[in-house]
Design a binder for this molecule. Structure first.
Ligand code: ADE
Length: 272
């Protein structure tokens, strides 16, 4: 999977070299390139934002800079002569003529984190893990000009906007890191033990919070591991964990219980 990230703080993504994602890059499973949006500017100040039309606080990211950057990454010819001067970064990216149709390639998804967008879920992570290429555009300040995603949708690009939660961050960088980790760990070959993904919370059609986990010792500071987990009876252990998952989900996330498809529940889960 090829991943491009555009940000005014590309250094933010140096951490992606660490841990399992770093290993996946070393193994060639994913290729991550972080780009500096300011490389597509032409003014001495390398400005990427301007005041909001209609008034209001803060600054909004300018469409022209994003347009040049994303045209370059997507291999599209810009349709606006007044904002399409050549930039160093633009020159470095493949010629638009050779990859004119690349943006319409089904395997590419352009993603903008946005606190006012639909919530990013495990279902989205699963779907996006099948993409060939992801391009993330990190907004800053009061966000980005709304015409940017609108324009690329009209060009036939698969554009998504996602919030990672009901709170406001200073920019999209952290949100991109969160989405990226949720997506890439689902790639075949990414995890040492693929089974650990199957049993996790939010996985599958009937998402439940996961049961609690314990390790040795069986007694720690007068707190015991539940006896049944030490019994060696796998049937009982599975039933215990399943009951706990249902009870915890009901207590903490009743919305997930409501969304369950009762027909898919195990027989012992159903009320008789
Ligand atoms: N940018 C700022 N806050 C955000 C959030 N909660 N989700 C996605 N992008 C954001």
């Amino acid at each position: 999977m090829d991943i491009d990230i555009v940000s005014v703080f590309p250094e933010y993504f140096d951490v992606l070299q660490l841990s399992l994602l770093g290993k996946a890059q070393d193994n060639g499973l994913v290729h991550v390139a972080a780009h500096n949006l300011r490389d597509w500017t032409h003014d001495v100040h390398h400005s990427v934002d301007d005041t909001p039309v209609g008034g209001g606080a803060g600054m909004v990211m300018k469409p022209e800079v994003w347009g040049e950057c994303l045209d370059g990454l997507l291999g599209l010819r810009g349709d606006d002569s007044d904002d399409n001067q050549n930039s160093e970064a633009g020159d470095a990216i493949e010629s638009a003529d050779t990859v004119e149709s690349a943006a319409k390639h089904d395997g590419t998804v352009l993603i903008f984190p946005n606190p006012s967008a639909p919530l990013f879920t495990q279902r989205d992570a699963t779907e996006l893990s099948h993409a060939d290429r992801l391009i993330f555009g990190c907004g800053r300040y009061e966000g980005y000009d709304a015409r940017i995603p609108e324009h690329y949708r009209a060009q036939g690009v698969n554009v998504r906007e996602y919030s990672i939660g009901d709170y406001v961050l200073n920019g999209g960088e952290v949100a991109v890191s969160v989405m990226l980790e949720a997506i890439t760990r689902l790639l075949p070959g990414f995890m040492g033990n693929p089974e650990s993904i199957v049993e996790e919370s939010y996985t599958g059609g009937n998402a439940l919070l996961e049961h609690r986990q314990y390790t040795k010792p069986a007694l720690w500071r007068s707190l015991e591991v539940p006896d049944i987990l030490l019994s060696g009876d796998h049937g009982k252990v599975n039933r215990f964990r399943r009951d706990e998952a249902l009870q915890r989900t009901n207590a903490i996330r009743p919305d997930l219980i409501e969304a369950l498809d009762c027909k898919q529940l195990d027989k012992p889960d159903r009320k008789t």
